[in-house]
Design a protein around this ligand. Structure first.
Ligand code: MN
Length: 255
């Protein structure tokens, strides 16, 4: 038996599609496994999201379609796509519970937006309306990812984690953060000013990025995010195990 417990990383998924399948792009699973974690998928059709925190050591809020603007007081926009009420409801509840917990949390793309909306943020419903098109944050026809540069605040924990402050990212998002909730800090921006990373300082390990680190599997800078998540989750698992052993011993000795 290995001494170091492998941490379980829950990853949110898309809802059931027309073929009856739940869906998550494979690179999320690859990234967690490569970092030494055990990925488990958390589909949205679950009645008690907060109870999931008891079975995972870390969480990834994954990418996906747009969040319903009604959930953050936003206006509808004709370009809004893939709105999924079941997924929005589930992930917002899970995000609120995760933010209140000590479990390490990584938000990716839509995941960053969900965590922000759960904390009271508003979103930009259509990025080009606000930031123009000097930088493309996705390609539209057909929709696919595109690369752009991101400037990470050199003094941020994120820069320390990544080991660099000027990075190239894979970007594939339609919406973006409009208002930063209390207690959250912007730690990276694109050259057009768009918010590319946030962290929540009142949580021991909660980072969120607007880009897709899982789509850069060969870039060690991006893999460090998953390694840091798995390391934090592993420490938490070890601490909980040690506390459980200590309480069993003290119960057994009659103290
Ligand atoms: Mn971007």
């Amino acid at each position: 038996m290995s001494e170091q417990p492998l941490p379980v990383i829950g990853i949110t998924t898309y809802s059931r599609n027309e073929a009856g399948e739940f869906y998550l792009p494979g690179p999320y699973i690859d990234a967690v496994q490569l970092a030494g974690g055990i990925p488990i998928l958390l589909p949205p059709n679950q009645p008690a999201p907060d109870q999931l925190l008891a079975i995972v050591d870390g969480l990834i809020f994954s990418g996906g379609g747009d969040i319903d603007p009604a959930l953050y007081g936003g206006e509808h926009h004709p370009t809004i796509y893939l709105v999924d009420a079941e997924r929005d409801t589930f992930e917002l509840a899970l995000a609120k519970a995760a933010i209140d917990s000590h479990i390490p949390v990584l938000g990716i793309c839509r995941g960053m937006q969900i965590l922000s909306v759960a904390s009271g943020a508003e979103l930009i419903t259509h990025v080009p309306d606000v930031y123009g098109e000097t930088i493309h944050h996705r390609l539209d026809h057909p929709r696919r990812p595109i690369g752009h540069a991101v400037q990470v605040s050199p003094t941020s924990r994120l820069a320390t984690m990544l080991g660099e402050s000027e990075i190239a990212v894979v970007s594939w998002h339609h919406q973006a953060i409009k208002t930063v909730p209390d207690g959250w800090t912007v730690t990276a921006q694109a050259a057009d000013g768009l918010i590319e990373a946030l962290e929540y300082r009142q949580h021991p390990w909660l980072f969120a990025v607007q880009w897709h680190p899982e789509l850069s599997p060969d870039d060690p800078v991006h893999q460090r995010l998953f390694q840091a998540l798995v390391a934090a989750a592993s420490r938490g698992r070890l601490e909980r195990r040690d506390r459980a052993i200590a309480s069993t011993r003290s119960a057994g000795s009659g103290l």
